[in-house]
Design a protein around this ligand. Sequence first.
Ligand code: SAH
Length: 245
Amino acid sequence: MPTSALSEQGKSLLLRAAREIEVDLEPTLPRFEQFYRRLVEANATTNLTAIRDERGIVLKHFVDSLSCLKSGRLEGSLRVLDLGTGAGFPGLPLKLVRPELELTFLDATHKKIAFIESICRELNLSGTQCLWGRAETLGHDPAHREAYDRVVSRAVSALNTLSELCLPLVKVGGFMIAQKGAGVAEELEQARAAIHQLGGAVRDVVAFKLLGLEEPRALVVVEKTHPTPARYPRRAGVPAKNPLS
Ligand code: SAH
């Protein structure tokens, strides 16, 4: 039976790649190992993520998630929402290295949220909340609308659609941090008007490469400068089908 434990080689790759982005993983390595084991085991029976190889999980999931810290805007006791978290990315690795973050995980797929709930319980993570639902609905819920200091998101949708999902949930003065790849410049061009309409202003695009990965990475950092008009987000599915332009 194949082992679901992170190998010695995997551990050293994880430590090394994290060090490259100035994250010392040594103190929390056992928690990453536990998360790894549970992810591999759960993924064998439930389709949680298409990335299944050890190197892929270490670099594309764990280290890429941690690279959000390069935004320089995730320090302190912030209320953070991970929108469309899937199997916990980028939110879970961020919570493991920054336990003071208060993290809310949101996903539209029940089995993914159930998985994260079980991990949070097993790892005894306090200051976490798991929500099953759609951003278009949550964005109109007074308990969540404009309630987060930060909304982070990876691989959910193009920046124009994503802005409509994320920005209504960000407090005025807070930030949306979107993880993007090679197409960032084009996505940004197509999202400028939407970001403006939704009350945002692009503050930063942090471009970099990660150890062992060819694909360039970028963080788009958008500040919420004004309240989002009440009509946004539009109803479920519309932001993707008919992005603001
Ligand atoms: N962020 C993770 C998962 C990306 S897959 C990662 O990078 O690995 C995209 C996820 O977003 C899916 O799990 C899907 O269920 C969720 N999702 C897509 N649209 C959503 C919406 N409108 N509201 C909430 N979750 C959504």
